[in-house]
Write a protein that binds this ligand. Structure first.
Ligand code: BES
Ligand code: MN
Ligand code: ZN
Length: 486
């Protein structure tokens, strides 16, 4: 990962491969450097075509008076419309453009009094590259020096929070970007456990025998088609005086072929991301501990591979969830809710105050909201707060209802509930209904469907590269911080 540092020295005199000049868009389409000392660079930036438009990146040979080798101008849009997300995206775009450079001095943290954390986060997120399978043409930018007015405690704390946050996002992205042949449930569990133990957290891993003893029929049923058996990982963080207890649950399907209800071949490779919810909650509980948030957090993470074979569960099977509810499986591709129901029941046995569950649960989420806006369902107050915080951190989220009339589609003549309803209407919401049946009475809960947002199959933009995005790690961290502050 890119290393960050702070400096209060004059940016014009900084020796670097690039000086990043943050620009506001002026009235007449003329760029206005955010830092008054860099006003002398405005004409060169304008000549090179820079306007200050949000997200616009323009590389310029360094004019006289600049010690750096080049200037990278980046737009923030109109000053009156500045948001943290604009700063984050600009920083991310600069870091992506600066790949291959060693030392970059950035003035984005000076955009306003609160921009430092967003600039730090954006530079780190935009500098992410998955190192797993091939050598990139260019290494991520090695070092970003953030220009600040004063290197004080507030600045150092902002930097620390940004680094912990970006490390959590990178862990989630690394796990999602690991190919499914390299991440069977047992390996995923080992990697999650190792990361959590290294952070000083308590870890428990249930293997398939322990899952059978514990009555986890959903996880076992879904995992039965693979030669690589399922797992349930539990990770706990307990600070001294927690203000609340929060359960996290994340879907960990290491590959979703659909099973016997097999998916079409086109795009099936994207189902490498079907463990993004699990990766996010693992990363989040570790980051909560690194930040010392005053909430107790336990992540309950079911992991299984959904494959067709002679030992697979089938449409028509009846499984029994932990806690006793029976489910009539009508479609083996609606597997996420089956492993999540078991995990939600287990999580609720701890009697948490809040339950946050996240999953790449339905294609219907993508149809309804697209690839950059998660759907949030649950108890109204928590649901609305989660959606609001998702937008604030730049992950994008929208509150969704659980219309009463959609519940009866899950009625089954054979079992307590069916895993799919007869028609496709409101598929994201029907899945939400299914999960709600397993949340204990009195627990405030939210379900974050990140089917689209967790994985970028398109071009890079802002601070988001291709592949795993780390969504919803930053939303979950914001919610935990919010609950800690109550
Ligand atoms: N993992 C998929 C959902 C998904 C789709 C995630 C696209 C990311 C991108 C999930 O297990 C699934 O297959 N859902 C089915 C549910 C249906 C059978 C009720 C779907 O959405 O088609
Ligand atoms: Mn599926
Ligand atoms: Zn799935």
């Amino acid at each position: 990962m890119t290393t960050l540092s702070l400096s209060s020295s004059a940016p014009l005199r900084a020796r670097a491969d690039a000086l990043v000049v943050a620009l506001f868009a002026g009235d007449a389409g003329a760029p206005i450097p955010v830092v008054p000392e860099l006003a002398s660079l405005a004409p060169a930036a304008a000549l090179a075509g820079a306007t200050g438009k949000a997200g616009e990146v323009t590389a310029i040979p360094a004019p006289d008076g600049v010690a750096a080798a080049r200037v990278i101008a980046v737009g923030l849009g109109a000053q009156a419309e500045l948001t943290g997300e604009r700063v984050r995206r600009a920083a991310g775009a600069v870091s992506r453009a600066a790949a291959g450079l060693r030392r970059v001095v950035s003035t984005l943290g000076l955009a306003d009094g609160t921009a430092l954390k967003a600039a730090a986060e954006g530079h780190l997120l935009g500098g992410y590259a998955f190192a797993g399978y091939s050598d990139p043409a260019k290494q991520p930018v090695e070092q970003v020096v953030l220009a600040v007015g004063k290197v004080d405690r507030v600045a150092r704390q902002a930097l620390h929070v940004a680094v912990v946050t970006a490390e959590a996002v990178a862990l989630a992205r690394d796990l999602v970007n690991t190919a499914p042949n390299d991440l069977p449930p047992a390996v995923f569990a080992d990697r999650a456990a190792a990361a959590a133990r290294a952070a000083g957290l308590r870890v428990q891993v249930l293997d398939d025998k322990a899952l059978a003893r514990g009555g986890y029929g959903g996880i076992l049923g879904v995992g039965s088609g693979s030669t690589r058996p399922p797992r349930l990982v539990r990770i706990s963080y307990k600070p001294a005086r927690p203000s609340a207890a929060v359960a996290l649950v994340g879907k960990g399907i290491t590959f979703d072929s659909g099973g016997i209800s097999i998916k079409p071949a086109a795009g099936m490779d994207h189902m490498t991301s079907d463990m993004a919810g699990a990766a996010a909650v693992v990363a989040t509980v570790i980051a909560a501990s690194a930040l010392g948030l005053s909430v107790a957090v336990t992540a309950t993470v079911p992991m299984a591979e959904n494959l067709p074979s002679g030992s697979s569960y089938r449409p028509g099977d009846v499984l029994r969830h932990r806690g006793g509810k029976s489910v009539h499986v009508l479609n083996t591709d609606a597997e996420g809710r089956l492993i999540l129901a078991d995990a939600i029941v287990r999580a609720c046995e701890d009697k948490p105050d809040y339950l946050l569950e996240t999953s790449t649960l339905t294609g219907a989420q993508v149809v309804a909201l697209g690839n950059r806006t998660m759907g949030v369902m649950g108890t109204p107050e928590l649901r609305d707060r989660v959606a609001e915080l998702a937008r604030e951190v730049g992950e994008g989220g929208w509150a969704m209802p659980l219309p009463e009339e959609l519940r009866e589609g899950l009625d089954s003549p054979l079992a307590d509930i069916a895993n799919v309803s007869g028609d496709r209407a409101g598929g994201m919401l029907v899945a939400g209904h299914y999960l709600s049946e397993f949340v204990a009475e009195g627990v405030a809960w939210a379900h974050l469907d990140v089917a689209g947002p967790a994985f970028n199959t398109g071009k890079a933009y802002g601070y988001t590269g291709p592949g795993g995005t780390g969504v919803p790690v930053r939303t979950l961290l914001a919610v935990l911080a919010d609950l800690a502050a109550r």
